[in-house]
Write a protein that binds this ligand. Structure first.
Ligand SMILES: [Fe+2]
Length: 795
């Protein structure tokens, strides 16, 4: 059907649905758009909904069209117009009317009283030039005045236009009878007489009152003006105050004001002030005022005045910790501290857009700060709605999460990552936020009596998921480590300590034992093939295949979403403890699932690396290199989206590899340079990585992301070449699998396995040889090959 979307609805996230009844009376929902989708721009739109097949007939309309507004606060007073209900049986039918471009354009101002109104039209079925409906300010324009070129345009000369807004309505048909309709306003401003609304406020704010003066140019030419105002009572109240003129014949009810001005004289400049008062309790929204009327017997047209509602103040905080005394910072609209401002908590029923109650928090001090102790509610994180206000304005109602502790004093999820060189490792663990003392002890001969030289910690807020809350992440660096030595360590605070773990430092010989996997993408659906248990099982299988690993290398997409604590916890728990993260060095990679929401910042805070890459936070920790055994291992971040960053990163990679005389040069990254399927989104990786790999003399490139296993023949210059590097995509360790198509790595694959079975890989470096062994979860051998370095092949 055709739906007319008015200005005040344009872009609103409203769900457009309908309901049928089938032959047995059952309700059948239909969707004209999808939940979460925005409505289109102002004007007519042909919206369609699919009717499911196989329903008992006859079908009848129960609710042909309905808006589903999931939050009442998003509702406004408005109306839509529906037209042209059409049953579509065949999608190949041309159902759309011609496309139309109108000149002068919408909102254009012209400085002449004469212009050519031109409508550019196109339709694959041909435009029906014999049936054009066109009007100017509600007056039909006769067919005789309309000229066309019989092909793609028609036009009419408009002469002696009044100054002010001109409304064009059109309806154009194609040769099959499909209509396009629309309306547009353009402005004529020659300095001649006109009435307009002044008072340009860029932002109007909650709780404020704003004057919109009704101004006139050359008032003596006018006799009679009826002003009609429609406003949205859910957000605004309206009052009209006489200024240079009186008005009468006032009709007024909520949402509507109309009054008549007569007796214009040359002394009139401002007819009246429209006083618009914005509700003091609003969330982020816009207010609109629809202006119309009649001026000396003609339609008075005006564009809808639509303003974003801002805050006079801003609550500069997105979270507090439940049961902890805190100070909340209130700023003015310029970001400066706002002293003497009252702050309250609002109990707000979103579903009914109703303020149920308020609770005073206090008044800000000279620094814009107010003390607050959020009470714990049901021991779970809750959304608080705070509002700051003074006598003539307010902040928006602002959501501040009150987050609960997700951990206790006991250190959890202890793991360690590479330090700046093999004499260092970095240990990471988590506690509740109160444990702000960070201790870690390590030592040889089973005697962890040495203080970690550097310690730090930081509170991490997690806003999403069933375990939204706060934790404290701790880091400590163990320095002065001797090679090939067993160290014991534990981490602690003033109240608790971890178990004692042991690990062996880099033997600095020519053997490296690596567990390689990725795309674990832990989720909270508890599917055994998709999360924590699977990660543990894969690790056990890798350990059976290659015991006593030195490194756990992960190609990225650790969890479904790094900003969801439950998923982070599940991943870390899967590998927690001695024999796993407690004693085997972890080598992580940033994947695309690490950058959802604030994931990039969480990754930066959690996974410490040598941080010797070219970037600052939040990409400082995710680009790095380190030496282990006889290998230089570099990790880069494929979640960068500018050429400049990629060029920087590849220059760094080349320099870094050039500075190494290690036997093996290995690169790990998330999105593969040669993709496993066409939806990989690996354009940057494809553009930059292979040439840098060739220049840097890298022997092996390991990637993930494409949820399949593949290993290329050696490649250089984008071609199979005995001098080149091996490109490996390290399978899938989650429920997702992709199939290969015909591009990317397929023509170059020595082994390609895209069955929907999980795989895992071990890499065993011994001198100039590396044994790659990949199995699926059933134990079936997928790949077993011995790779060699470029140099050992004589290149
Ligand atoms: Fe990915």
């Amino acid at each position: 059907m055709n739906v007319y979307i008015p200005e005040e609805l344009a872009g609103k996230v409203w769900w457009v649905r309908g309901q049928l009844r089938d032959g047995e009376g059952a309700a059948v929902g239909i969707n004209y758009n999808n939940e979460g989708e925005a409505l289109p721009n102002r004007g007519w739109h042909f919206m369609t909904a699919d009717i499911p097949q196989g329903l008992p007939e006859p079908l009848t309309f129960d609710q042909p069209f309905r808006f589903l507004v999931l939050q009442t606060a998003e509702r406004i007073d408005t109306s839509v117009v529906l037209d042209n209900f059409t049953a579509i049986y065949d999608l190949d039918t041309d159902l759309a009317g011609p496309s139309v471009i109108v000149t002068p354009a919408e909102n254009e101002t012209i400085n002449s009283k004469n212009t050519t109104l031109r409508l550019q039209v196109f339709d694959p079925s041909g435009v029906d030039f014999d049936h054009i409906e066109l009007s100017l300010n509600g007056e039909p324009i006769s067919d005789a005045e309309i000229q066309n070129n019989g092909e793609d345009a028609f036009w009419v000369e408009l002469n002696n236009l009044d100054d002010g807004w001109q409304r064009i309505d059109y309806r154009v048909f194609d040769k099959l009878g499909n209509a396009s309709a629309g309306d547009t306003l353009f402005n004529v401003d020659t300095g001649d007489s006109r009435i307009f609304i002044g008072g340009e406020h860029d932002v109007i704010f909650a709780g404020g009152t704003f004057n919109l003066p009704v101004e006139v140019v050359k008032p003596e030419t006018f006799r009679n003006f009826t002003l009609t105002l429609n406003y949205d009572t859910t957000k605004t109240a309206l009052n009209v105050l006489a200024e240079d003129m009186e008005f009468d014949n006032v009709t007024e009810y909520p949402g509507f004001w109309q009054g008549t001005f007569s007796g214009f004289s040359e002394n009139v400049h401002t007819l009246a002030q429209i006083e618009l008062t914005v509700d003091g309790y609003v969330q982020n929204s816009a207010a609109s005022l629809v202006v119309s009327g009649e001026l000396d017997g003609k339609d008075f047209n005006y564009p809808v005045l639509k303003k974003d509602i801002g805050g006079k103040f801003v609550v500069m905080q997105d979270h507090v910790i439940a049961n902890q005394q805190t100070r909340i910072f209130i700023a003015d609209a310029n970001g400066e501290a706002a002293p003497g401002v009252d702050v309250e908590r609002v109990y707000y029923d979103v579903a009914n857009d109703e303020v149920i109650g308020t609770e005073a928090i206090g008044t800000t001090d000279d620094y814009g700060l107010v003390r607050y102790l959020p009470r714990d509610e049901d021991d779970s994180s809750v959304e608080l709605i705070l509002r700051a206000y003074d006598h003539d304005g307010a902040s928006l109602m602002s959501t501040v999460m009150s987050l609960t502790e997700q951990l206790s004093t006991a250190p959890r999820h202890v793991f360690f990552t590479p330090g700046v060189d093999s004499s260092e490792v970095q240990v990471t663990w988590f506690t509740d936020t109160a444990m702000d003392a960070t201790y870690a002890y390590y030592g040889k001969n089973g005697n962890p009596n040495q203080h970690a030289s550097m310690t730090e910690s930081e509170i991490l807020p997690f806003f999403y998921g069933p375990e939204s809350g706060v934790v404290r992440v701790h880091h400590a660096t163990f320095t002065g480590l001797e090679p090939n030595t067993e160290y014991s360590y534990y981490v602690a605070n003033d109240f608790a300590r971890s178990e004692t773990f042991t690990f062996r430092t880099d033997r600095q010989d020519d053997e490296v034992r690596i567990h390689l996997f990725g795309d674990t993408q832990t989720t909270n659906d508890y599917n055994e093939n998709h999360g924590s248990p699977l990660v543990s099982e894969i690790f056990d299988k890798m350990s059976a295949q290659l015991p006593n690993p030195d490194l756990i290398m992960h190609v990225g997409d650790l969890t479904e979403d790094m900003s969801d604590y439950q998923l982070v916890r599940q991943f870390l728990e899967a590998l927690e403890g001695q024999g796993r993260f407690g004693s085997v060095m972890f080598v992580p990679t940033m994947g695309n699932h690490e950058v959802y929401n604030e994931g990039r910042y969480k990754y930066e805070s959690i996974f410490k690396s040598p941080a010797n890459g070219p970037f600052e936070a939040p990409n400082k920790q995710s680009v790095y290199s380190f030496d282990y055994g006889n290998a230089r291992i570099a990790v880069v971040n494929t979640e960068l989206f500018t050429d400049e960053e990629w060029q920087n990163m590849m220059n760094w990679l080349e320099d870094d590899m050039a500075s190494s005389d290690q036997t093996w040069k290995v690169l790990m990254l998330h999105r593969p340079p040669y993709e496993g399927n066409k939806d990989s989104g690996n354009e940057w990786s494809k553009r930059y990585v292979p040439s840098a790999v060739d220049r840097a003399g890298i022997d092996l490139v390991v990637a993930g992301h494409d949820h399949m296993y593949s290993r290329s023949v050696t490649m250089a210059g984008d071609r199979p070449n005995p001098s080149g590097a091996t490109y490996l995509i390290a399978g899938s360790a989650s429920m997702k699998f992709y199939d290969a198509d015909f591009g990317g790595i397929v023509p170059f694959a020595d082994v390609l396995y895209d069955e929907n079975v999980h795989t895992y890989t071990t890499l065993h470096i011994q001198g100039e040889q590396m044994e790659v062994q990949t199995r699926n979860m059933n134990g079936q051998l997928i790949d077993r090959v011995t790779l060699t370095t470029r140099e050992s092949r004589g290149f």
